[in-house]
Write a protein of this length. Structure first.
Length: 381
């Protein structure tokens, strides 16, 4: 790692340290960092437990237990300066223990984790929000025997890397991340680098072909819902094309309940929502900064009456202080899972997508500039 000195136009090497030299420990530091910033591991993960010991006939504890965006369980094992020679064996044991966890058990494990940090949070609702599902009944957790492993350490022994590469060839989903602390004066830094498999070769190295959607959904009882959504989005996108609404021209059908389209500004986008009981269009303020999103929302909200009038009806203005994103939306009731209602539902979406874009497209340049100002302010602080 190097520090850039723009004045001298030189780079200065930042000294690398070991965790032990800096007084950091596995449980109190590395584990806490990852528990509170799991996207440091290169993907969206929902941490559902720390120091999990809910295994029968053993007192062993796994460091972190998470859910990924497919509903699969991810076992995260952390070591500090040396991975040790047994980390793979430990992780495999924990994966085998977790392979039998049911959806209700996982929700209960997560709820216990939430209750430790304070009452009022609902595990099932947070899981639905993370996975983008309407109801917990639709959620699939821990399917099959493809529990994933993530190992984190400053250095990995040769016997560990050799075993991991062998496991990858045999379709065991495992990753290794190298973490390195640095110190420059009073400033401390940490790099988190995926070393196995290399990110650019991950798909090739793992070599796992996805199951057909119909087969996978049939096994999980989701084939009908996924096919229904895909068929709906095919029809909706075709209707938008025929109506010369170009906002979604480069968007493909999905089995999700939403389709997003960019506005031309990073983190600011439009959404169409296909729910069981409604259709909805959103203008979403979802930049990387929660504070920026609230500032953008307030900027628009100050002219709410004017923007509602331009749209042609009252919009729903949702600042959502407890969330990172803020939404401006319009919804209408429909029987979404009844194909007979689709023509009217799609007609409504086409009209409201067109109106939403007409109102907010001209606002995007000002929002982009306001976001940049907010980012600069946060960086200075």
């Amino acid at each position: 790692m190097f520090r850039i000195n723009p004045t001298s136009n030189r780079i200065l090497k930042v000294k690398e340290f070991s965790f032990s030299e800096l007084g950091f420990t596995e449980r109190n530091h590395l584990q806490e960092w990852l528990a509170n910033q799991p996207d440091a591991l290169g993907e969206d993960l929902l941490i559902i437990q720390k120091e999990f010991d809910g295994f029968d006939d053993t007192r062993e504890r796994l460091d972190l237990l998470a859910i990924d965006k497919s509903g699969g369980l991810v076992i995260i094992e952390n070591k500090l300066d040396d991975s040790g020679k047994d980390v793979v064996w430990q992780a495999l044991k924990y994966a085998s223990y977790c392979s039998t966890l049911s959806k209700s058990q996982i929700a209960e494990i997560f709820q216990k984790y939430l209750d430790k940090s304070g009452p009022g949070q609902d595990a099932k609702a947070l899981i639905c929000d993370f996975l983008g599902q309407e109801e917990f009944a639709e959620v699939v957790l821990n399917p099959g025997n493809d529990q994933r492993l993530i190992m984190v350490a400053a250095q990995f022994r040769k016997e560990v890397t050799s075993t991991v590469l062998w496991l990858l060839k045999h379709r065991v989903l495992v990753k290794c991340f190298r973490v390195t602390p640095f110190k420059d004066g009073g400033d401390l830094f940490l790099t988190v680098e995926q070393v196995i498999p290399l990110p650019e070769a991950e798909e090739l190295m793992i070599g796992i072909s996805e199951k057909e959607d119909e087969e996978q959904s049939s096994e999980r009882g989701q084939a009908t819902r996924h096919q229904l959504r895909t068929d709906f989005w095919h029809a909706a996108l075709e209707a938008l094309r025929m109506s010369n609404v170009g906002l979604y021209a480069n968007v493909s059908p999905s089995r999700d309940i939403w389709l997003n389209a960019g506005s031309g500004a990073s983190g600011i986008y439009y959404s169409m929502i296909f729910n069981r009981d409604e259709a909805r269009v959103d203008f979403a303020l979802g930049t990387r900064s929660k504070e920026a999103n609230k500032a953008l929302f307030d900027h628009l909200y100050a002219r709410r009456e004017q923007l509602d009038a331009e749209f042609g009806e009252a919009l729903s203005w949702r600042r959502m202080d407890d969330k990172k994103v803020s939404l401006i939306e319009c919804a209408a009731p429909f029987e979404g899972h009844n194909r007979d209602t689709w023509p009217k539902m799609i007609e409504w979406l086409v009209d409201h997508v067109r109106r939403m874009e007409a109102v907010f497209d001209k606002e995007v340049p000002a929002l982009r500039n306001l976001a940049r100002t907010q980012f600069s302010k946060e960086a200075a602080e």
